[in-house]
Design a protein around this ligand. Sequence first.
Ligand code: SF4
Length: 291
Amino acid sequence: MCYLQRGNDVKLLVAKSAGFCFGVKRAMDLALEAARKDPKRLHTLGPLIHNPQAVEYLENLGVKVKERVEDVPGGTVIFRSHGVSLQDLKKARRRRLRIIDATCPMVKRAQRFAKFLHRHGYALMIVGDADHPEVEAIRSYIDEKVHVVGGVESAGRLGPWEKLGVIAQTTQSSGLFREVVASVLERSKEVRVFNTICQATTIRQKEAIDIARKVDCMVVVGGYNSGNTQRLASICKEVQPRTYHIEKAGDLRSRWLTGRKRVGLTAGASTPHWIIKDVEAELQRLKDSKS
Ligand code: SF4
């Protein structure tokens, strides 16, 4: 599950699941391949992944970020792993842009379940962040009101329901999803649930909790704007209050290791391997300097 580095008094436990998931890796590979073939007039709709260092790397290869389809001057547009709204898809087609669709298959699966529930007359509830692009995209395919809830409290303000369908943002915490489902069951005649949390997220969260339980300081690496990294850090914090969310090696503080015997390290799904390696090396250097 993880490996333990020995050497000095401080031990470092690194999560095997840290870093790019299958969907993010696929999106990066598609963008890199496109940049290699023809970097001219290559754009992503929004940052390809929620990691500023990786986005900068792509920009240096010629992949430009545009926030709106209207801003793409022509050429190719890459849809990121979070998916794209129906409106943006239509606009891109109307403008005859070449489309590279890097939407993660797990996100497409969540979109399919949302459409299925809607088609079969269920009111739709998504457990997730209302302003996350993945959730915005899922909502756009349903032409009626979609209820997005961040937890039991907001779910409790809604209902009662005759027929309710519940799905989750793919990177949602499994514990929170279970709590919301249990709470809506009490106020509904019929509830249909599709667990759309992707396996990569479930494995990463389980491993992170497992490591956080064994250490006395936990470091979670990933973009400050990355929802899945923020969630990972908050899950770890529940188990280990000395959890620190950092973006890069330079954000580490040596005082965090003072008096610590075991340090855990994990990273969000959009964190590049090289950043994790940098953080690992810096942790190693800091712990060596303390021994
Ligand atoms: S976290 Fe899961 S759903 Fe999101 S891109 Fe990665 S594999 Fe796909």
